[in-house]
Design a binder for this molecule. Structure first.
Ligand SMILES: Nc1ncnc2c1ncn2[C@@H]1O[C@H](COP(=O)(O)OP(=O)(O)OP(=O)(O)O)[C@@H](O)[C@H]1O
Ligand SMILES: [Mg+2]
Length: 335
């Protein structure tokens, strides 16, 4: 059972759109999504490449390059404070302290001219009064926890002196050591080998257990979602098409896209051999040429006439379960 305290939303994203002004016109990478993240929960964001997962994360962090990007919302509310109107400087205060992010591409997060030890140390130095020796000790301990071998000698290395996998772990160390109230992890383990992957996921869950940290976990990997998430948002072409508790989603996927994703998951059959991989036919549409009506309709084997003409609303399908599909219309639409 989840207690009331755990159910307090730490983040509320309200009608968030992220658009880009391009030579070929305006494109919406994220198109009016709303979701909440409760304290101490791990919320998954899943969907095919290009569906807007990273842009959602960068929008919350205030890191969408502008121009050409533009973030519009009715609120990005963290622990009761709306981040949307904050200036770049004010957001710098929030980043690292209240929210930390593990980026999909580590080099975007690391400063090439500072040693990795110093960078990770700064993530705690700015928020707590600690002596230099204590900071160094904590950083090396965190390096060790994220699986960086010879942690003490790596302290003085520059990012370019490390392999991609080690840079990824330095960035993870930087995010975890800050002990944020919200951690956004964008494909945190994709580039890492399986043992380290498991170690990193455990560290994130440990942070959640110790500090009630809420986590947004972005991944292509439904296996990871099944293992660590409490709630899941399925994204397609800039929108959230289904939201559900993790058990509900795997047990009772409703949106044809979610079903397609689950069918394409390389599950293990009882005999131990892999089931045949079924792919969703067709491709994610270009943001420049989005289909009318439901964006998934050209790939959907259940598409009806209305799906080709009008975008579906968001329909309630159970406790905390929402689906954006005409097949479930009339069961309690919400804005
Ligand atoms: N500067 C830009 N100008 C125009 N479109 C952009 C720009 N940056 C990103 N996009 C578009 O935004 C969309 C969403 O990108 P995003 O990086 O959020 O996808 P993603 O879901 O994280 O994909 P992946 O799984 O590959 O990481 C993509 O279609 C991308 O082409
Ligand atoms: Mg991405």
């Amino acid at each position: 059972m989840t207690s009331t305290a755990e159910k307090t939303p730490i983040l509320r994203v309200d009608h968030l759109s992220t658009r880009f002004h391009t030579r070929r016109g305006v494109v919406y990478a994220v198109d009016g999504i709303s979701f909440t993240v409760d304290r101490g929960r791990v919320v998954g964001l899943v969907g095919e490449s290009g569906c807007g997962k990273s842009m959602t994360a960068l929008s919350i962090m205030g890191l969408v390059p502008s121009p050409p990007g533009e973030v519009i919302s009715q609120g990005i509310v963290l622990n009761g404070h709306d981040l949307a109107p904050l200036s770049y400087d004010a957001m710098c205060q929030v980043r690292g302290k209240a929210i930390a992010m593990i980026f999909q591409e580590p080099m975007t997060a690391l400063n090439p001219v500072l040693t990795v030890g110093r960078q990770v140390g700064e993530a705690i130095a700015v928020h707590r009064r600690l002596g230099r020796a204590e900071i160094r000790r904590r950083v090396i301990e965190m390096f060790h926890l994220v699986g960086i071998p010879e942690a003490a000698s790596r302290y003085t290395a520059y990012p370019h002196q490390l392999s991609g996998g080690l840079r990824q772990r330095v960035m993870i160390a930087m995010a975890l050591i800050a002990e944020p109230m919200l951690l956004i992890a964008d494909e945190p383990t994709t580039a890492l080998d399986v043992t380290i992957q498991a170690q990193i996921l455990d560290l994130m869950l440990d942070l959640r257990a110790r500090l009630q940290t809420a986590i947004i976990l972005i991944t292509h990997d439904l296996g990871v979602i099944a293992e660590v998430c409490d709630d899941v948002n399925v994204m397609y072409a800039g929108g959230i098409v289904e939201t559900a508790g993790v058990f509900d989603l795997f047990d009772r996927p409703l949106h044809p896209y979610t079903r397609g994703l689950l069918n394409s998951m390389p599950g293990m059959a009882a005999s131990g051999h892999r089931k045949r991989l079924t792919c969703i036919p067709g491709r994610v549409p270009s943001l420049h040429r989005l289909p009318a009506g439901c964006r998934f309709h050209p790939r959907c084997d259940r598409a009806m006439e209305i799906c080709r003409r009008h975008p579906p609303g968001r329909y309630a399908a159970g406790d905390g379960h929402w689906v954006s599909c005409w097949g479930y219309a009339g069961k309690g639409e919400v804005a």
